[in-house]
Each structure stands twice: as C-alpha cells, then as structure tokens.
Design a protein around this ligand. Structure first.
Ligand code: ATP
Ligand code: MG
Length: 331
C-alpha cells in the first residue's frame, strides 16, 4: 500500500527579490516498509519538500499547487493542529541540524519525556522508563537520560534526536541529512542504527541526503533532484547502476565509493537560477550533452523501458550510449 503520495508539488519562497521556485512539479510515492532516498546537491529543494509535506515551511514559503497524500489524506488541507497530531503519531521528523536544535537548558531525557507525555496519557515514571528504553534502542547509555546536550558528542546528540523521533513508533521516518557533519565512522553507525530501528518498527523511511553513497547502501527507491526538478527516479539499482540522466552521472562521479575507485569529480558550474519556473532544462548550463533543444523546454520525466525508472533528459539515449561506451572501453 502507498503510504505517502506526492503529486506535482510546487513550492515557492517569497523574497524581496521576487519568488524563489524551490520545488517544481515533484511527484513520487513511498510504499509501506520502503526506504526512499531524496538526493541532489545543496539548494536542489530536498529540505523544502520535507518541510512542505509536514506543514513546516517558514512564513515566506508556500505550496503553490500539488497534493500530498498521507494514508490517503491530503496533508496540505489540514489545519496546523491536525497536522501536528499526525506528525507525532504517524510521521517522525529528524530535521536537518536536529542535533543542534535540542534545548540546551533541559536534560535530553526530559525533552523526550515531555514529548511522550504530551501525546500519551502516561505517568512521569512510565515515560521516563520509555526514554531509557529508547536510549538503549539508539545505542545510548540509559543511565545518561539526565545529561544535557552539551555533555554529549555530535553523534550522540544525533542519537538523542532519533530517540525523540521514535518515541511514538511512527509509520514514516523522515530524516534530513541525519549524518551530515558527523565523522565517517559515526555516520555509518547512525545509518545502521536508523535502518535497524526502522526494520524493527516496520516503518518506511524518507532519507534526505546529498550523499548518494548512503542512499545506494540503504534505500530501495530514490529521486534525484536538481533545481527543484526531479531529474531521474526509480529503483536504486536502475538509477544508480544504470543512470540515464547526465546529472545523475555527474553526481555519481563525485561519489567514487559506489564506483570502483576513481577520483571524485564535482560537476563544474553553478546551480540554476530559481527566480522563474524553468523554461529550459534546469541542468543545461552544466550539461555536456546540451543542445538547442535543451534551451527550449525542460524535458518531461518519462518512463524508461525497464520497470520503475524515469528520467528527464532530451538526450536520454545519447547519455545511455555514452555510459555503455564508458563501461566497455575499446581495446
Ligand atoms: P541543502 O543540501 O543545502 O540542505 P536543500 O536541497 O535542502 O539544500 P532547500 O533548503 O530546500 O535545498 O532550498 C531550495 C532552494 O530554496 C534554495 O535555492 C534555497 O536558497 C531556497 N530557500 C530555502 N529556504 C528559503 C527561504 N526561507 N527563503 C528564500 N529562499 C529559500
Ligand atoms: Mg536541506
């Protein structure tokens, strides 16, 4: 069954210099028990999608159009309080830089206990017991529930935020860059922990990260975003093993760990101008395949012959051929 179904989502921010078209016609859906990755470089609209679907956009942000169905219910039409209830009961959100957002003057355990007591009719002692359990689940010492945020390392604070998000056993966990800013070993541990918990709770995961290596390891499906547009999406095997979009290929090259070796190469050029809705391919200025056609319209996201694979590129065939050529070098 589909848990989350986003259709043609458009989000803008109003600024003194006009509108920023941060998310343009994004559609994807997440089934029950599925791990879904949202990838793309900084500014591609990842966090905006999460905030829009949760009703947490800042005051200058607005959903222009589109539908966000969670278990069949359109979240965009709910009142803030109805949305908050769903948020806590069904969807857990680990925001970007969550570990820095903990209240510095309250013990970490008390912050989680309060969240539990706000939503469940349980005694303080019972809620504290639950916090101890959660610390154990996320790999923190349950005897440290009275410690303050500053007494923990970055990785441990991130575990606290995960414990907080899990307190009410959500159906969907949305984690925005949960490993960014942590060292590599801690990153691996946090990812493993999220997966272990998510499997145990049988929940779905929306994992937002610019590190596609992490998505390759952990997710079933993904969308690759650029300039607020989905450039390629589908199963991880299709999209990351056999990419057909020049942007995905460029991203992949900048993450050598999912290739066999090779130096990381970042894609030259700067991100697109978001002051207007895209009238040309958003990637055209940085794309090696760009032609006059790419100036004329942004390509539609079209189904490719293999199941569960879509790409938006006027030159899908050329790009796929080049990938095949690169795989089988002439001798
Ligand atoms: P990162 O990887 O850096 O977290 P992201 O993919 O999450 O990036 P978003 O934060 O969603 O990207 O931003 C998408 C676009 O919207 C960017 O161009 C950003 O500058 C712009 N934007 C985000 N928040 C605001 C805001 N409050 N006001 C105006 N523009 C904003
Ligand atoms: Mg972000």
């Amino acid at each position: 069954m589909t848990l989350l179904d986003i259709t043609d989502l458009k989000v803008t921010y109003s600024t003194k210099n006009g509108k920023v078209h941060a998310v343009n016609d994004v559609s994807f859906s997440i089934g029950e028990g599925v791990n879904y990755g949202l990838a793309g470089e900084s500014g591609s609209g990842k966090s905006t999608i999460a905030e829009a679907l949760l009703g947490l956009l800042p005051d200058n942000g607005q959903i222009e159009s589109g539908e966000v169905l969670f278990k069949g219910q359109d979240l965009t039409t709910l009142s803030p309080s109805e949305r908050r209830d769903i948020l806590w009961e069904d969807i857990a959100y680990i925001p970007q830089s969550a570990m820095d957002a903990l209240d510095p003057v309250m013990s970490t355990g008390a912050q989680i206990r309060q969240a539990i007591q706000k939503h469940r009719n349980v005694s303080k002692a019972k809620a504290r017991e639950r916090v101890r359990e959660l610390y154990d689940i996320v790999g923190l010492d349950p005897n440290r529930i009275d410690d303050y945020p500053h007494e923990f390392s970055g990785g441990m604070r991130q575990r606290v935020t995960i414990a907080m998000a899990l307190a009410l056993e959500p159906d969907l966990i949305i984690a925005d860059e949960p490993t960014t800013g942590l060292d590599v070993i801690v990153q691996d541990k946090i990812v493993d922990k999220i997966l272990e918990i998510q499997e145990r709770m049988d929940s779905s995961l929306l994992l937002i990260t610019h590190e596609i290596g992490v998505i390759a390891e952990t997710c079933d499906d993904l969308s690759i975003l650029y300039g607020g547009k989905v450039m390629e999406q589908g199963s991880v095997d299709n999209v990351l093993i056999n990419p057909t979009n020049p942007y995905t290929m460029g991203l992949k090259n900048s993450f050598p760990e999912i290739e066999d070796g090779g130096d990381p190469v970042s894609i030259p050029g700067s991100p697109p101008n978001l002051s207007q809705e895209p009238s040309a391919c958003v990637f055209k200025d940085r794309c090696p395949f760009s032609t006059a056609e790419c100036e004329q319209s942004h390509p539609d996201l079209v189904d490719l012959p293999n199941r569960n694979h879509q790409s938006a590129c006027h030159h899908v065939k050329k790009a796929a051929q080049m990938r095949r050529d690169a795989k089988e070098p002439e001798t």
